[in-house]
Design a protein around this ligand. Structure first.
Ligand SMILES: [Zn+2]
Length: 605
């Protein structure tokens, strides 16, 4: 899946040694790799973020345009379906799933840092500044929020909308069961290792060598670079800035002696009327957002380059994903400021692990006029933090917005935010001023907002309520009994695209599931769609046998005259029986020896 990493290393080594056999090895590595040049071939978030760059890396060897195009296509296909959300990433918690595309779906910390590294390498391969913009989007809006601000703890998964972040199970709303959201210095294994490369690699790629023995800055951050440029002259450039919070970037150029070399700088797509000067003289009057500008001149010690990138507020509507809106300014996207209450749930005194609970209301929609979206938004700046940690609730830039609360927007029973309803929506709550802070500064966040419009909007629908009260002899922590009657029809018995119920890890015994009805109900048939993941080597199989029981007073009795109890994959298995009026019904199964079992949907009539 991720053999493109090796391909990159082989080419790196070839560039230093010129050993021909390395090129054969490179071709062979590509042949033996998963075929990312044919499209999105896997749904695992880290596989995608790490491996989609493979065709573009191979392009360095083939020069075929289709290899670069394949990388771009996978990036776009993933964003079109799961990435219509702020923060630069996509919902894949652990895998991207068909019907889970909203802003509460999450991304793994490993996925963020691999996406950043891919983008950083793609800048160097393609020279296309769009990859720098994509990298900054993740680096500034997603990565900081995956860690506590002191970087002692991280969580496995982070979403654009997540007003609570506690260690309790959130499946099946997100795919993974168990502790995924606890801020923990000890847990979340892979992310502890991978997460550490996010900022160092970002730092490594703040400067690139260019053709013509020059230097290029595509991503911006305060830093110093020392490099050999034309004629082997050593130059140090100090980059002084509070970007992405501020608009001005100053470069102080210090060559060992005067030397001519090209300096390339990226002009981001989002800026308006950017300016560039060298020693206070306009260096280029025709700067174009989305392009790279080149200053090719003789540089002298102490030359100062001033790049000003004005950051207008922008409002984006996520068309095709519930039409939520998000607010950005420059490379930063903004999230509702939710007060955070940290509660230790594990760890040690020195290295505590935290749940974070909301300590202020979070269920707001923005009142934004689509014709003049930025009129109701106002930028405010605050003191730069003395500890140089800008990604906290005291962020140095904030935006004040108008909003109304939406009382029907709640958390689900597991503390996962209920999915946002399609905008616009109505709210009769009063208009309030709310504060937005950079998404990267918000560990609790609403950053894909519903838009309030009391003329054209719809009422917020009540949270989905299961048809019957479902229960079971046992339910796996990552599954839910509510899947039994959620009216989601599976495509086949191994369908992972919807919520399911299983008795996992119980094997081989007699187990049951039960519906309780609000009122006694007449029933004469039951249809069961069995879960069976043995085709993908799972531990749940069709049951050996089953039967239907009904409640008669306090007793459970088998239904009479059953038409038969078929057991089959990939369809509903129906039994008809003599009608009975009852307050509760059960399906009782005998599991196969050494196997567990499960049900995707159970209908009664
Ligand atoms: Zn991970």
């Amino acid at each position: 899946m991720r053999a493109g990493d090796q391909l990159y290393s082989i080419l790196w080594l070839y560039n230093r040694t010129g050993e021909e056999w390395l090129l054969d090895l490179a071709h062979k590595t590509h042949r033996k790799s998963a075929r990312w040049d044919t499209g999105l071939i896997n749904r695992h978030n880290v596989n995608i973020a790490q491996a989609f760059r493979e065709p573009a890396i191979y392009w360095m060897l083939t020069g075929k345009p289709e290899h670069q195009a394949a990388t771009e296509k996978v990036w776009r296909d993933v964003r079109d379906k799961w990435g219509r959300v702020p923060g630069g990433m996509f919902g894949a918690d652990e895998d991207a799933r068909d019907r889970y595309t909203g802003p509460r779906q999450m991304i793994e910390t490993c996925g963020m840092v691999e996406e950043m590294l891919s983008d950083e390498l793609l800048v160097s391969i393609t020279g296309d500044s769009i990859w720098a913009e994509r990298c900054e989007d993740v680096a500034f809006n997603s990565l900081p929020a995956a860690f506590t601000s002191d970087m002692k703890c991280l969580r496995y998964l982070t979403a654009p909308n997540m007003p609570q972040s506690d260690h309790a199970n959130k499946a099946p709303g997100i795919e993974n069961g168990g502790d995924m959201l606890g801020m923990n210095p000890h847990g979340h294994r892979c992310c502890q290792h991978n997460g550490g490369h996010g900022w160092p690699y970002f730092n490594n790629h703040l400067w690139y060598a260019t053709a013509g023995d020059g230097l290029a800055a595509y991503m911006y951050a305060p830093c110093t670079v020392t490099a050999k440029v034309a004629a082997g002259v050593e130059v140090t450039i100090e980059e002084q800035t509070r970007y992405p919070f501020e608009e001005v970037i100053e470069f102080v150029v210090k060559p060992a002696k005067p030397v001519k070399f090209p300096l390339y700088l990226r002009i981001p797509t989002w800026c308006e009327n950017p300016t560039l000067s060298v020693n206070r003289m306009i260096a280029d009057e025709n700067l174009q957002p989305g392009k790279v500008v080149c200053i090719d001149r003789e540089w002298k010690p102490g030359d100062r380059v001033l790049l000003q990138l004005p950051m207008p507020i922008r409002v984006k509507t996520w068309i095709g994903n519930r039409d939520t809106v998000s607010v950005s300014r420059g490379p930063l996207t903004y999230s509702l400021l939710i007060k955070e209450k940290y509660t230790q749930y594990a760890g040690t005194d020195e290295w505590p692990a935290y749940d974070i609970f909301p300590d202020s209301p979070w269920n707001y929609g923005l009142t934004i006029d689509p014709a003049k979206p930025t009129d109701s938004l106002k930028v405010e700046t605050a003191e730069w933090p003395a500890n140089d940690r800008p990604f906290t609730l005291k962020a140095p830039v904030r935006i004040v917005a108008k909003a109304r609360r939406i009382p029907a927007w709640t958390l689900d029973r597991r503390g996962l935010v209920n999915e946002v309803a399609p905008s616009p929506v109505k709210s009769s709550e009063p208009i309030e001023s709310v504060v937005l802070i950079p998404m990267g500064a918000a560990r609790l966040r609403i950053s894909a907002f519903p838009r309030i419009d009391n003329v054209t909007g719809k009422e917020w629908p009540p949270p989905p309520k299961p048809k019957y009260i479902a229960s079971a002899s046992h339910c796996w922590d990552g599954d839910t009994v509510d899947a039994l009657c959620d009216d989601e029809v599976p495509k086949h018995s191994n369908d992972r695209g919807l919520d399911r119920f299983t008795w996992w890890p119980r094997k081989g015994g007699v187990e049951w599931v039960q519906f309780d009805f609000d009122m006694p109900m007449a029933v004469a048939s039951a249809q069961v769609y069995w879960f069976d993941d043995t085709p993908s080597k799972g531990g749940c199989k069709l049951p050996k046998s089953w039967r239907v029981l009904y409640k008669d007073g306090k007793e459970w009795k088998p239904v009479e005259k059953p038409s038969g109890y078929p057991v089959a994959r990939d369809s509903f298995c129906e039994v008809k029986f003599q009608e009975v009026t009852t307050s509760a019904l059960r399906v009782e199964v005998q599991l196969e020896k050494d196997y567990s079992g499960g049900i995707l949907e159970w209908r009664v009539k």
